[in-house]
Ligand binder design. Structure first.
Ligand SMILES: Cc1cc2nc3c(=O)[nH]c(=O)nc-3n(C[C@H](O)[C@H](O)[C@H](O)COP(=O)(O)O)c2cc1C
Length: 408
């Protein structure tokens, strides 16, 4: 049997195969953050498709940490019953589910929050929404840490099998970790140890809030791709070594600060027209120039976060390593699992298009995901549409099995 279909443990929790559905914002929860039937149906389908570990889209741990209008919330006990229905649906098919706990920090908008977003620093204007963030006080930081641990407790009450702390992609913890975004000179910045302090405190608080055997994993950038001074693989390695010392149960490696370098996170095509449409009319000419410039420069390379992941592995040893980013073909996945470069294959866009991809791989019906990384799903998210594959060819030939199953 292929190594892809062998079980592997994260902490004491056994995952039935090596496939992880990476967190992907769905734009499907109610404006008040409560889970909908549409969201539950989406994950039931993935669980039915035999994905071993499902990580739903980021859940905001505090109302001030909300990034998107239809994001799932986990900041109030009223949210637990909906979340419980979600975990029940996934468990019906033997999949495990970890909740991704996130605080947007300054990577959100006034429109979504109803107030000025806050982050580690107040000096740098947001390049997309053009506001100057509020610099977080000591009290704000303590509130955020508390919000993570309260959310973790709710995740356990809702039946999640584990939690993933979102420390990647330019959200709050990633902002503190990044020398480019964190210019503080107090206990929370100024040195690598201080920039890591929020990560450490959140990790410890979450661990304390959870039952002893419930796994805590972290998604972290191996590279910020910041205009300057961002996290690079060597710094990520240092941070991951510290996470290992804190007994993290698993690490998922990703990359990029999206407001500066979103295409590094989602290599592939740049859907210029659809992305520009997400901006108000007066911003569209500038948005056009900015996005057009990216077009053609981010072709998908299979497993594009693997090189960074290999660097951090030297500091994390046997801690389960999950790698996301451009994983597409079965042969490539098997090769790197067998090499010991990683322990889990994580995918986002391929599972949007083919929730049954794992079953298809196992039955020998596919050798590679049919996702073409057109990034229409990402553009749709920016336009506030619910998550699904918006690939135009797929659309046009919606009922033609030959197109849907192009790689059989
Ligand atoms: C529409 C969309 C929404 C995403 N939402 C999240 C999210 O909620 N949390 C997260 O950590 N990453 C998010 N990502 C990033 C993915 O998890 C993943 O890191 C990235 O898409 C690269 O993997 P892939 O090549 O398998 O798609 C999102 C990506 C897309 C395309």
């Amino acid at each position: 049997m292929s190594i892809l279909f062998t079980p592997y443990k994260i902490g004491k929790t056994e995952i039935k195969n090596r496939f992880v559905k990476s967190a992907t914002y769905e734009s499907m929860s109610r404006p008040d953050g409560i889970v909908t039937e549409q969201l539950i149906t989406t994950y039931r389908l993935l669980a039915k498709g035999d994905v071993g570990l499902i990580i739903p889209g980021f859940m905001n741990v505090h109302p001030y940490g909300k990034a998107m209008p239809f994001q799932t919330g986990i900041y109030s006990d009223d949210m637990i019953p909906g979340l419980r229905r979600l975990t029940d649906a996934v468990h019906e098919y033997g999949a495990k589910i970890f909740f991704q706990l996130a605080h947007a920090g300054m990577q959100t908008s006034r429109e979504v929050l109803g107030r000025t977003p806050m982050g580690p620093s107040g000096s740098r204007r947001d390049p997309v929404y053009l506001f100057k963030p509020a610099k977080m006080s000591q009290d704000d930081i303590v509130t955020a840490i508390r919000a993570f641990s309260d959310a973790a407790q709710r995740a356990a009450e809702a039946g999640a099998d584990g939690v993933q702390i979102h420390a990647a992609h330019g959200y709050l913890i990633s902002q503190f970790l990044s020398p480019f975004l964190n210019d503080r000179d107090d206990a929370w910045g100024g040195s690598d140890e201080n920039r890591f302090r929020l990560m450490r405190e959140v990790m410890l608080a979450v661990r304390t809030a959870l039952p002893p055997d419930m796994p805590v994993i972290v998604k972290i950038n191996v590279n910020d791709f910041a205009p300057k001074d961002g996290v690079q693989p060597e710094l990520a390695k240092k941070y991951c070594g510290w996470l290992a010392a804190l007994k993290v149960d698993g690490i998922e490696t990703s990359c990029s600060l999206p407001v500066y370098s979103f295409m590094n996170m989602i290599r592939g095509d740049v859907p210029v027209r659809e992305l520009v449409r997400a901006f108000p009319l007066w911003k569209r000419p500038a948005a056009w120039v900015m996005t057009k410039r990216l077009d053609g420069n981010y072709n998908l390379e299979e497993g594009y976060n693997l090189d960074g992941a290999k660097v951090i592995r030297s500091a994390t040893g046997s801690i389960p390593l999950i790698v996301v980013g451009g994983m597409r073909s079965k042969g490539f996945m098997e090769k790197h699992l067998l090499n010991g470069d990683l322990d889990f294959i994580s995918m986002a866009r391929p599972f949007i298009r083919e929730p049954d991809l794992v079953k298809r791989f196992r039955a020998g019906k596919s050798e590679a995901a049919s996702c073409v990384s057109c990034n229409q799903c990402f553009a749709a998210m920016m336009n506030r549409l619910p998550l699904r594959c918006y690939n135009k060819d797929l659309y046009r030939h919606h009922n033609k099995k030959s197109i849907l199953r192009a790689n059989v």
